[in-house]
Ligand binder design. Structure first.
Ligand code: MN
Length: 415
């Protein structure tokens, strides 16, 4: 297997086969493009400055930008060329980059990570059949948990891009309207049921013109890469507000993403089949070949003064609707997607209770609290808890990781 001349721990998320992109800054320097390798970040702006991309004939100004959008917009052949060059520079042997190692490699511990893309629009799908069934059972009727459209189209809503934040951002408990069962009228208060949603989001890598659809066959050419996504949710606010137009203030106070965008090329060895769909879907949603990836996902909760506890283990491959179908459906009416748009999967739950991707499901609406390592229990997320999501692909000694998305919850803001 390919190795780097840099020493990389065996269980690192970022071996030479990964090379995910992010935006970082150090000290008083401006944010710029970097690639994760082991415990380091390769500064692409400086790598370009020393001429290592010169013969590739690309506009290297994109590496000095504070978002990846300009780089992504250069297109898939460029993503491939840059990845190949980075592989050459970082693989073991006589790499000319070694002479510049001190200048171009920054310890991750010294860097601050920023949002990797300027997100134009954000869509949240609802593509896990286990999640949709669990929620439908709790809020409606276990016999008719899935609404009639669910198996025929990937249900989604348009979310809000401005409140998508980078891992590490502290989240204030939102306040809002809710209507407790015992109350005749709605009340205004801090959410009593703050929840996470374990999701993965893809970043659109190529525009489609208004009026022009993207086929399932071509969809992956329009995807740059994937990040972990925590779609923070306030269940009490959601239950009261969501009829008839869907989620609003229960969702748009914050969603958080992991800082490193793992590319489709890095994920390729982990391509696998999606679940069989029944009944057969309409022709524009049909596809050939394997269209999803085996990405292990987990969620841990860390109370203020205790060790973290893993509360969920799930997998991206459980999703009923794959990304190609999501993108084909999103554009079948001619909706134009743009570079930097983000599409989240929806909560990714598996078949077993330990694979449910939200507290709503894990505690079955608070009726079965989870025990933490300090003996305390949780129905939902409490103030000063930290929620950590991790994701990685692993087989035959190769690990392609996403790092983590991690947020601490603070009390509601009073001013
Ligand atoms: Mn969601």
């Amino acid at each position: 297997m390919l190795q780097s001349w840099l020493k990389i721990a065996e269980n690192s998320d970022f071996p030479i086969q990964n090379l995910p992109y992010g935006i970082f800054s150090i000290a008083d320097k401006k944010p710029r493009v970097g690639v994760a390798i082991g415990d380091f970040i390769l500064d692409l702006k400086k790598t370009a400055k020393y001429g290592f991309f010169k013969d590739l004939k690309i506009d290297t100004a994109v590496f000095g930008a504070k978002y990846l959008n300009d780089f992504i917009a250069l297109g898939k052949p460029t993503w491939h060329k840059v990845r190949q060059r980075l592989t050459e520079l970082l693989k073991e042997g006589n790499s000319p980059l070694k002479l510049y190692a001190e200048k171009v490699l920054i310890p991750m511990s010294e860097a601050t990570m920023h949002l990797p893309v300027k997100i134009g629009d954000y869509t949240d799908f609802y593509s896990s059949i286990e999640h949709a069934t669990n929620v439908g059972s709790m809020f409606r009727d276990p016999q008719n948990a899935l609404l009639p459209n669910w198996r025929h189209l990937p249900v989604a809503y348009h979310g809000r891009a401005s409140s998508i934040v980078i891992s590490g951002t502290k989240i204030h408990r939102p306040s809002g309207q809710s209507k407790p069962a015992h109350s005749e009228v709605p009340i205004f208060q801090p959410s009593h049921s703050l929840d996470f949603e374990l999701e993965v989001a893809f970043i659109v890598g190529k525009d489609n013109e208004l009026g022009k659809k993207i086929s399932t066959e071509n969809a992956e050419n329009h995807i740059f890469g994937l990040v972990l996504f925590n779609d923070w949710s306030a269940r009490d606010i959601q239950a009261w507000e969501y009829v008839p137009l869907g989620p609003f203030l229960a969702k748009n106070f914050a969603s958080a993403i992991s800082p490193w965008v793992v590319t489709m090329e890095a994920l390729e060895p982990f391509r696998c089949a999606s679940p069989q769909q029944e009944p057969e879907v309409l022709p524009y949603l049909q596809y050939e070949g394997d269209k999803t990836f085996d990405i292990k996902l987990e969620v841990a909760i860390k109370p203020q003064n205790a060790e973290e506890k893993t509360v969920c283990q799930s997998n991206f491959k459980y999703l009923y609707w794959n990304m190609s179908q999501q993108l084909a459906h999103h554009t079948i009416n001619g909706c134009n997607m743009q570079v930097g748009d983000m599409c989240a999967s929806g909560t990714i739950s598996g078949a077993t209770p330990d694979s449910y991707g939200s507290m709503l499901e894990l505690t079955w609406r608070g009726t079965q609290p989870l025990e933490m390592n300090d003996g305390s229990t949780r129905k939902f997320i409490e103030d000063y808890d930290t929620v950590i999501m991790r994701g990685f692909c692993q087989k035959d000694g190769l690990r392609i990781g996403f790092g983590e998305v991690c947020n601490k919850v603070l009390p509601t803001k009073t001013d």
